[in-house]
Design a binder for this molecule. Sequence first.
Ligand code: SF4
Length: 688
Amino acid sequence: AAMREERIEKTKTVCTYCGVGCSFDVWTKDREILKVEPHPESPANGISTCVKGKFGWDYVNSDDRLQKPLIRRGDTFEEVEWEEAIAYAVRRMNEIKAEKGADHLGFISSSKATNEESYLMQKISRQVIGTNNVDNCSRYCQAPATKGLFRTVGYGGDSGSIDDLAKSELVMTIGSNTAESHPVLASRIKRSQKLFGQKLFVFDLRKHEMAKRADRFFSPKSGTDLVWISAVTRYILDQGWEDKNFLNDWVNGFEDYRESLEPFTLEYAANMTGFSEEDLKDLAKEIVEAKTVSICWAMGVTQHMLGSDTSTAISNLLLITGNYGKPGTGAYPLRGHNNVQGCSDFGSQPDQFPGYESVTDEEVRKRYEEAWGVDLPKEIGMDNHEMIEAIHDGNLSMMYVIGEDTGIVDANINYVTAAFEKLDFFIVQDLFLTRTAEYADVVLPAAPSLEKEGTFTNTERRIQRLYKSFEPLQGTKPDWEILQDVAKEAGFDWKYESPSEIMDEAASLAPLFAGVTYDRLEGYNSLQWPVAEDGTDEPLLFVDRFPFEDGKARLYPLDFELMYDTTEEYDLHVNNGRLLEHFHEGNMTYRSAGISRKTPDSFVEVSEELAKERGIKEGARVKLISESGEATGTVTVTDRVKGKELFVPMNGTGKSAVNFLTDNRVDKDTDTPAYKEIAVKMKVLTKE
Ligand code: SF4
C-alpha cells in the first residue's frame, strides 16, 4: 500500500477548455488521472468546476494520440523519427522561402497552447522565416471584441475580474450562452442574483438557460444588436441621463459621436430589431438607474459582419453611462478557449508583437531586432482568413498550423480544405490525426497541457501557471520544444531550458508583461496584466486613466446597414454555438467516455411552429442546404428557438459540421467569419 501511495501525485493545473480559467489540483497515479479537485485558492473559480474541467480529461490517454511524427508518402503517412521529420520540415520551408519569398509562408498558433508557445510561434514566423503572416484562432471568435475595445478604451481585455462582475447591480449578456459556454462564470451570476438581487438582462436569439433565469429576456432580429444599443444610448442622451462628470473628465469625441447617433431613433430601432419602443425606453431607464453595469458578450455579437462595430457600440454605451473604472462596471468579452486571450497577448497576430505593440512602429521593431539579431519584416502580415484566400490566389504556399483543426472550425470548410490541397507544403502539429492533419505533409505529435509547464491567460487577463502532471506520452513533445527544435534546425541559437525562460524573454521585451515571472506566479498565485516591473498588476482597469496619451477614452461614431437576411429560397436562419458538454470541434471531448455517452453527436433545434409547418417530429432527419454546402442532422423540437430560427451546435463532427454551411463573409474590420449569418433551406429526409 505504501508503494501505491508513493506513486500518487498532486499537481496544480489550469483547465484546458474555456476562458474562465478554472484552476485545480489533478491527482494522478503514473499516467492515470484519479480526480480533479478544485482548490479554495483557485482565483477564478474557488471550489467550483464544470463537467468539462472535472471529467473531460480522457483524451490525454486516448489510444488515438499520435506517438510518432508522420511524413506523407503519396496517399499514406509513414511514421518517422523526430530528426527526420524536423529536418524535412525545415528543408521544405527554406526551399519555399528561397524560391517564392518569406511571405509565401504562414503560421497559425493555438489558443490551446501556452503563452510561451504562442510567443515562440510568432518568433519562428518573424525571426526564423521573416514574415508577419502569423495568427491564431481569436480571428474566429473574439478579434472584433478586441477591436471595439481598442478603439474606445485602449485595452483589448475584460475591464475587471469575475469578482467585479459578481458585484454589478445589473449584468447584461449579449449573444452569450453563458451557462453552457462559461459555466463557472454563469454560476457566479446566478449566485449574485440570489445573494443580493443582481439584475440579469439577457439578449439572445435563443431562450437558453440564462435567458430563462433572466429578469428580462430580449430576442432581437439576428445581426441588429448595434441598432438597439445605439438607440438606447441616444435615448439616454436625449433625456440628459448621461454621466456628465465622467464624460467631462474621462472621455473624448463626444460631439462627433452624438451626431452619429442621429439615425438611431426609437422608431427606427423598433422596426429593425423587433423590440417595442417601450422596451427600449425601459432598458435605458434601467441602465441609468443601476449604480453599476457590466456587459458581457460573446460570439453572438462578434461573429457577424458588423462584429467589431457592435462591440464598439457596447463600449460606447458603457462610456456614456460612466460604467468603467469602478468595481462592478465594465466590458467583459467572454473568451472562448482557455488561452485565446493569451495567444493574442503573446504576439501570434499579423499586426502586433507581444503586448499589442504594432509591427509598423519603428521603435518597437528595433527593440525586437536588437534582441533577436535579425532584420524584421516591416509590413503587416496576413490573418487566417487572408491566408486561405491567398492560397487560392497562388500567394501562399506553406502553412504551419498548431493545435487548430482549421479544416472543421473555419467557416466554409469545403473552401478551406480545397485550399489545403493547393499548398506546396503543410505542417500540422497536434495531439491527433485531425481532419486538418489528414491534409498535411508532416504531422508532429504534440503533448497536451497536463504533460508540460507553461502559463495560460484567462478571460480576466489573469496569467496562471500550469505544472506537469506526468511526462509527455512516449514519442510526443510539448509544442515549445518542437518549435525550439525547428528553430535550431534552421540555424538559430535558441536555448530555452524551460518555459520560464521564454516568459522572462517576453517580459523583457513587452512592457505589458514587464513584471511577469514564474516566481510571482508560483502555485495558485496569478497576475492580471498589465504587470509593472515591480510586479503590481491591475485586476480592475481604467481606475485612474485610459491607456491613451492624454489618459482619456474615446467615443467612436458608428453607422448601420443591414448586412444579411434570409431570402425566399434560403428561408431559414441557422444560429450556432456551444454545448455544455462538448468543446469546439470536439477533438478532446468526444474522446472523453462519460461526456460522449451523454451527448454523442450534434443535432438541429427546430421551433414548434416550424416543426408543425414542415410536418416533422423529434428525431426526424433533415438536410440543411446553404449556398456553400450542406449538412445533415437529427431534429430536436424545442421552445428554445422561435419561428424560422434553427440552432446547430458548433461541436458537430462528420457530415453534421455546421461549417459546411457557413461562407466567406467576414466582419469588415477584423476578418472574423460571420458564422452567425447563414441562411439555409431545409430538406426533410425522414419525418420522425
Ligand atoms: Fe474549465 Fe471553463 Fe468549465 Fe472552468 S468553466 S472547468 S475553465 S470549461
